[in-house]
Each structure stands twice: as C-alpha cells, then as structure tokens.
Design a binder for this molecule. Structure first.
Ligand SMILES: CC(C)(COP(=O)(O)OP(=O)(O)OC[C@H]1O[C@@H](n2cnc3c(N)ncnc32)[C@H](O)[C@@H]1OP(=O)(O)O)[C@@H](O)C(=O)NCCC(=O)NCCS
Length: 164
C-alpha cells in the first residue's frame, strides 16, 4: 500500500471514492436526499479544485494501482497554528485493514513537520464507528456544533482534536 499526494487532474478519484463510500457510511444517519445534496455540493469537481488551489492537500491510499481511500487536510486552518482534517473516506472493502490509521499518521506527520500544534476534525455525532476510530487514534472530543448547510439540512457534528 502506498500513500501519495494527488494533483488537480486526479481529483475525480476523490469524487468517485466519496460516491462509493457515503451511502453505506450514512445510511442510518442521513436521509438519501441529504446524502445526495451533500455529495453534489462537497464533491463537485470545481469545489475540490478550488480547495486544492487554496491549499488543501489530498492524499490517496492505493495498492497495485487500485485506489483504497483518501484524506484531505489543510495546514494553518486556525490559530495555534492548527491543521484540519477535512475528509477521510475508505472504500467499504478497504476498511478495517489499517489504511485509515496509515492516512491519519501521514497527515499528522506532515502537519507536525509544518509546526502545527494540533489536528482538528468534524465528525457526525451519530457516526460512532468513526468516532471510536478517532478516539483510538488519540483524538479527544472538544465540543459539539450544528452547522446549517442550506436546503433545510444541518450537519450535527462533534469537533475532535489530536495534539501533535
Ligand atoms: C473511519 C475510517 C477512516 C477508519 O479507517 P480504517 O482503515 O477502517 O481503520 P483502521 O483499520 O486503520 O483502524 C485503526 C485502529 O482503529 C481501530 N478501529 C477502527 N475502527 C474502529 C471502531 N469502529 N471501533 C473501535 N476501534 C476501531 C482498529 O481496531 C485499529 O486499532 P489497532 O491500531 O489497535 O489495530 C474508515 O473505516 C472509513 O472510511 N469509514 C467510513 C467513512 C467514514 O466514516 N469516514 C469518517 C468521516 S468523518
């Protein structure tokens, strides 16, 4: 398994993995309509490209040329300075095999080398599997927040932080 940084031309891989991962991840958490709304908005190629242009990094985990999952993060997201893990999704068949841990360690390593004091993330408060994974990785819950994302939808999140 290797982890490599994606260029603009390959952001369709991020989009494709998200579309293959979200339905099972959020089946019991969000309505199909909200999943569709969020995927179309957050994983629109122009949105991913503009995130790359403003400094987000997208890392792809792959094995024998087959993609397994990705992580997206941003340095200097807030004062501290603190980095933010914006996204991490592994294809269903690639989960539970240590790939998520390898991606988190890579993001944490890059953030630490860039003098970031901690790594922040938001996770849906009902996504207990992901919360348990983050706790295992050493993150702590710092607060909860509800974010209005339009169309009558909200993101009902827990904010977690890993000291670096
Ligand atoms: C959450 C996710 C990124 C975790 O990655 P993963 O590759 O499945 O997890 P790993 O196999 O690397 O697990 C790393 C460690 O966490 C533990 N762990 C993983 N999931 C766990 C869970 N649900 N409960 C308790 N421990 C868990 C593993 O046992 C492992 O422990 P070890 O280091 O002692 O062996 C991945 O499963 C995923 O993409 N899930 C669906 C999408 C999602 O929810 N993304 C997060 C959105 S905020």
């Amino acid at each position: 398994m290797i982890i490599r940084q994606l260029a603009k031309e390959e952001l369709n891989k991020v989009q494709s993995i998200a579309h293959r991962t979200w339905p099972s991840t959020f089946a019991n958490i969000l309505s199909p309509e909200q999943i569709e709304y969020m995927l179309n908005w957050m994983y629109d190629l122009r949105m991913l490209e503009s995130q790359l242009e403003k400094g987000h990094t997208f890392l792809l985990a792959e094995e024998n040329g087959k993609e397994l999952g990705f992580a997206g993060f941003e340095l200097n997201y807030s004062e501290g300075p603190k980095a933010k893990l914006h996204k991490i999704y592994l294809l269903p068949e690639a989960q539970g095999k240590g790939v998520g841990k390898a991606l988190i360690l890579e993001v944490a390593d890059r953030a630490k080398k860039a003098n970031q004091k901690s790594l922040l993330l938001n996770v849906n408060k009902y996504n207990q599997k992901a919360i348990d994974f983050y706790l295992k990785m050493g993150f702590q819950e710092i607060y909860k927040e509800v974010i209005d994302i339009g169309n009558g939808y909200v993101m009902d999140d827990v904010v977690m932080e890993l000291d670096l």
